[in-house]
Design a protein around this ligand. Structure first.
Ligand SMILES: [Mn+2]
Length: 199
């Protein structure tokens, strides 16, 4: 398979101030030219939320590279009756640059780049109550930056021009978003995928 794109990733997760552990969790996995990125915000915070976040990451690792919609549906089945979570999952094909995305609840997901795009999630709580999730597709180009974050990030971030920061490495972009736009009242997470041309 021809890899036309190099996908550089960053992930930053912080507990709410005063807590030791986070109920937000994220996973990035790259295998055979497919990058899968998932971000989870378990409802509430503290140890109980963190315990469920840990269980969720273990489940995600065990399942391997499901399609985003299957990941969301499987999370819903597996954690039915739990306190619930919001979740977004994306998979990116390094050969074509096609991104598949599926999310339920208020994880925010956006593309910054040649064309900006905001993915719209269906409402609901994974593990509690949700309507059928929907897959969205987006054609990425070199230079695009895909950012997912939980609602620990202030909505002020939507209106900010972070243009110059997009040149930073993916991990530094995640850290910038986390530190400049953190509400400071919730667990917070930010996941970044930067698209480069392969050479
Ligand atoms: Mn939250």
């Amino acid at each position: 398979m021809a890899m036309n794109f190099h996908l550089e990733t960053g992930l930053e997760i912080l507990p709410m101030p005063g807590e030791q552990r986070s109920g937000d969790t994220g996973m990035i996995e790259a295998k055979d030219g497919l990058l899968t990125a998932t971000l989870i915000d378990v409802l509430g915070h503290g140890d109980q939320a963190a315990d469920l976040a840990d269980k969720t990451s273990r489940a995600l690792s065990a399942w391997g590279d499901l399609q985003p919609l299957d990941t969301i549906e499987r999370l819903h089945q597996q954690f039915r009756g739990s306190r619930g979570m919001v979740a977004s999952c994306a998979s990116i094909h390094a050969d074509t640059g096609i991104l598949e995305y599926c999310g339920i609840g208020n994880i925010s997901a956006r593309i910054f780049g040649f064309r900006t795009h905001q993915f719209v999630n269906r409402d609901g709580v994974v593990g509690y109550r949700m309507v059928s999730p929907k897959t969205h597709m987006f054609q990425l180009q070199a230079g695009d930056v895909f950012i997912m974050h939980s609602d620990g990030i202030t909505s002020r971030f939507y209106n900010e021009d972070i243009g110059s920061k997009l040149d930073l490495p993916a991990q530094k972009i995640a850290e910038h978003v986390m530190h400049s736009y953190n509400k400071g009242t919730d667990d917070t997470s930010c996941l970044v995928v930067k698209v480069h041309t392969c050479r």
